[in-house]
Design a protein around this ligand. Structure first.
Ligand code: F6P
Length: 330
């Protein structure tokens, strides 16, 4: 590809949507046009690629979207893309629409699809877009910042009523397999317990003891952040109320965390990552994933990126516990 000047690229969003995806799409289209490329918008993720739901995006098509949540390209979780037939069809469509490089904005599952296309000879660049922050090669993913802010705003509101009624509140945040939203929202809201899929040992008695102990210390409310991966917040609330005699309510924040206007950070980072993806394709670098590491935009080979592992930051976890009424020496 190095000595061939590409003329047409494609862009799609895949998996769960995330605030800031539109800013990334805008950057891909406008950076592409600025550097002499046509950009094809692929609708509904890989489903749309397989079905040929593709049309050219002009600069004006991405006007006024930088501050909008969701994705103007729509998104899907594609079962067909996991099959040979689906992948072959996707490649066929790239050829049919003249797509010489494809920017895939999504999470690990979306990158796995991109990896399959790469193995079949399509030039791809991944841009990390997921509220979960669970992509190992990067310290930033599009949408995480907005989702955490949304969760914190909601937790603050629940705390007001929880304190007035001197109740315990369990607030369930998104994250099936990853506790980053729970950890950040828990620290950012000063919550008493943060239950993380990576750490929780299902010792509910420990949580109950914490509730009793904070109440004895005079705390009027007790906020428990529970990650979706642990779940069962409503039944947990019933059990805690029965064991402690303290009114306990569960609030499941759900998909509201995926929506809303992206924060300034998400707009900025999504813009830079989208633009970088286009620059990489123009430079003849494909099969890459754009990432943020130690305060810099970098890129990794897609196979390497998908083989990386990451865990919660141990110091963040330690501090979440150290500052909580339960574990501190306060
Ligand atoms: O990956 C983003 C995410 O919002 C996760 O936090 C959550 O577990 C999942 O998507 C929910 O997916 P769906 O919208 O398909 O139910």
């Amino acid at each position: 590809m190095a000595d061939h000047k590409i003329k047409t690229i494609g862009v799609l969003t895949s998996g769960g949507d995330a605030p800031g995806m539109n800013a990334a799409i805008r950057a891909v289209v406008r950076r592409g046009r600025g550097r002499g490329l046509r950009t094809m918008g692929v609708y509904r993720g890989y489903e749309g690629l397989i079905n040929g739901e593709i049309r050219e995006l002009e600069a004006k098509d991405v006007s006024d979207i930088i501050g909008r949540g969701g994705t103007i390209l729509y998104t899907a979780r594609s079962a067909d893309m996991r099959t040979d037939a689906g992948q072959e069809k996707a490649v066929e469509m790239c050829r049919k629409f003249g797509i010489e490089g494809l920017v895939v904005i999504g999470g690990d599952g979306s990158f796995a699809g991109a990896q399959k296309l790469a193995e079949r000879g399509i030039n791809v660049v991944g841009v990390p877009g997921t509220i979960d922050l669970d992509i190992a090669c990067t310290e930033y993913t599009i949408g995480f910042d907005t989702a955490v802010n949304t969760a914190i705003e909601a937790i603050d509101k629940v705390r007001d009523t929880s304190a007035s009624h001197e109740r315990v509140s369990i607030i369930e945040v998104m994250g099936r397999n990853a506790g980053y939203i729970a950890l950040w929202a828990g620290i950012g809201s000063g919550s008493e317990n943060i239950l993380l899929p990576e750490k929780y040992d299902y010792d509910e008695q420990q949580v109950i003891n914490n509730v009793i102990s904070t109440r004895r210390k005079g705390k009027k409310h007790h906020i428990i952040i529970n990650a979706e991966g642990i779940g069962h917040s409503t039944s947990m609330a019933r059990r805690i109320e029965a064991a402690t005699g303290i009114g306990t309510r569960a609030t499941i924040l759900g998909h509201m965390q995926r929506g809303g206007r992206p924060t300034g950070r998400d707009r900025m980072m999504a813009t830079m990552m989208g633009a970088r993806a286009v620059d990489l394709l123009i430079e003849g670098k494909s099969q890459r994933v754009v990432a943020w590491k130690k305060g810099e935009l970098v890129d990794y080979d897609i196979h390497e990126a998908l083989s990386m592992q990451k865990d919660l930051d141990p110091y963040e976890y330690e501090i979440s516990r150290a500052l909580s009424y339960n574990y501190s020496k306060i």
